[in-house]
Design a protein around this ligand. Structure first.
Ligand SMILES: Cc1cc2nc3c(=O)[nH]c(=O)nc-3n(C[C@H](O)[C@H](O)[C@H](O)COP(=O)(O)OP(=O)(O)OC[C@H]3O[C@@H](n4cnc5c(N)ncnc54)[C@H](O)[C@@H]3O)c2cc1C
Length: 453
């Protein structure tokens, strides 16, 4: 049985891994060359701590307040776009306590399953990537954020997560070299970090060694359907360009592809749509309704000799994440909702970097950080220093995983937002189980496409 996956991000690759294990003959069609993209420059967190769906009470009012601050971590790019309006209305309607109550348990189960499967990839020795299961600390500086965090801790405990609430002194003892300037923190011990760039490289190599075909620089441009099934996908190959695939807009027939643009078709028993923030137009070609928006985020990475930070952490008031790998530091944040674009909003990048020494004054002298945040160097080398990717946002904060409602041989695996890496292994496993007609490792109802009506 043949399976074709559209998109070679972490979701597409993980799905290929498990489908191949189930005996499928797998081909991946990937528009880029698998050296960049949302699945590479992310923060590397595996986050069971993020069980609460993104659509939750308070998000909209906080977002509106942040809209008016240039350096804030949230921004909606205003546009007269039907997609943005449709997605926005649905998202606002989903920001309820019911959505959190409905989504938190399946999200926690999916995240924990995925963390265990990813750890098993590393422990089996089939792939070698840096993996550190030391948990993640969420730091807060104000009573308002402490209150919100303690509510998250309460819910996490109810879901069986291992979490310790830390006083200011305990936070400082966790980071003796950096002495964080905080009111307290919550240490989510089920969380882990890995180095996503290496995982992506290793996973692609492993798949190719096992016979999975990965067609790079290959863009799906149309979908042929007959009797409620996809009969073929049409794709074009392009010469590799220096322009990263990650900010290319979806193919439109009026814009010629660069390079030779040779056109081909591919038939398959099963198609899996895992094209991240570009999934919606492809779903539409198949006659499927898939409301989604890209949520742009930035990260900055620097090589360092000595790593003073012992635990990955999130600075809650600033919504900034810091990832300490053995020889690297990555800092990232922001959620800019709007169409895919290649603009870098410098004040928001500065906002991210300025937040770090507010929580960790010692970073003001730390050589790695100083190198990363030097404003002159940042401006001069903006494009090399600042990476950005597009999180695929669903309307209710839960991913879309399951069979497409109107197309019998199409499965959808996208909409993972800020948790694509955290949920990838479990998503791939669940897709392969559903595709193979097996019982699934967990209840998948909450992620089904039926909820879109
Ligand atoms: C700053 C930032 C930090 C993040 N940190 C974390 C984190 O710490 N932990 C976490 O779990 N998640 C994190 N995320 C989110 C995570 O990176 C994403 O959820 C995840 O990468 C999405 O994976 P994907 O495979 O769905 O999409 P992508 O990685 O975007 O892959 C989709 C692929 O489809 C290809 N494609 C698109 N259109 C076509 C077409 N027509 N034909 C063929 N191919 C096509 C694209 O080229 C792309 O390679 C972060 C995101 C950002 C931006």
């Amino acid at each position: 049985m043949k399976a074709t996956i559209i998109g070679g991000g972490i979701i597409g690759l993980s799905t290929a891994y498990y489908l191949q294990q189930e005996g499928w003959e797998v081909t991946i069609l990937e528009r880029g060359d698998l050296t960049d993209g949302c699945s590479f420059g992310n923060m590397g967190y595996l986050s069971p701590s993020h069980f609460a769906p993104l659509a939750q009470p308070g998000v909209v009012s906080q977002g509106i307040m942040w809209m008016f601050r240039q350096k804030s971590p949230f921004y909606v790019r205003p546009a007269l776009s039907r997609n943005l309006l449709d997605w926005g209305l649905k998202f606002v309607r989903a920001c309820t306590t019911e959505n959190v109550a409905r989504g938190a348990r399946p999200m926690a189960e999916l995240l924990l399953l995925s963390r265990d499967l990813t750890a098993a990839w590393q422990q089996s020795g089939e792939m070698q990537f840096e993996f550190t299961p030391t948990g993640c600390i969420n730091y807060f500086q104000t009573a308002k954020y402490e209150k919100g965090e303690l509510e998250n801790v309460r819910m996490g405990h109810d879901l069986g997560l291992k979490i310790m609430v830390l006083s200011r002194e305990e936070c400082q003892a966790m980071e003796p070299e950096l002495q964080p300037e905080v009111r307290g923190g919550a240490w989510y011990q089920d969380d882990a970090i890995l180095y996503p760039n290496e995982l992506m490289r290793q996973l692609a190599n492993l798949l190719e060694n096992r016979g999975v075909k990965i067609l790079r620089n290959t863009e799906v441009v149309s979908v042929q359907k007959q009797q409620g099934k996809i009969s073929a996908l049409e794709y074009r190959t392009a010469e590799p360009t220096s322009r990263p695939a990650r900010f290319q807009k979806p193919y439109r027939s009026e814009t010629p592809m660069p390079g030779s643009g040779e056109q081909h078709t591919i038939q398959s028993d099963l198609f899996v749509l895992a094209a991240g923030s570009w999934s919606q137009p492809i779903a539409k070609m198949a006659g499927e309704y898939l409301p989604m928006m890209p949520g742009k985020g930035y990260s900055m990475t620097v090589d360092i000799e000595h790593q003073p930070l012992r635990h990955p952490c999130i600075l809650l008031e600033a919504k900034v994440a810091i990832t300490p790998w053995a020889k690297r530091l990555r800092i990232g944040s922001t959620m800019e909702i709007g169409a895919v674009n290649d603009r870098i909003l410098v004040p928001r990048v500065q906002g991210i970097l300025e937040a770090v020494p507010r929580f960790f004054p010692a970073y003001a002298q730390e050589p790695g950080f100083v190198k990363l945040s030097d404003p002159e160097m940042l401006q001069k080398h903006l494009r090399e220093r600042v990476w950005y990717g597009f999180r695929p946002l669903s309307t209710d904060g839960l991913p879309y995983i399951g069979f497409a409602p109107k197309t019998a041989n199409l499965m959808i695996a996208t909409g993972h937002a800020m948790l694509g890496l955290s949920m990838a292994a479990a998503t791939g496993k669940l897709v392969s189980e559903m595709a193979s007609g097996k019982s699934t490792s967990m209840d998948v109802q909450a992620f089904g496409l039926g909820r879109l009506g």
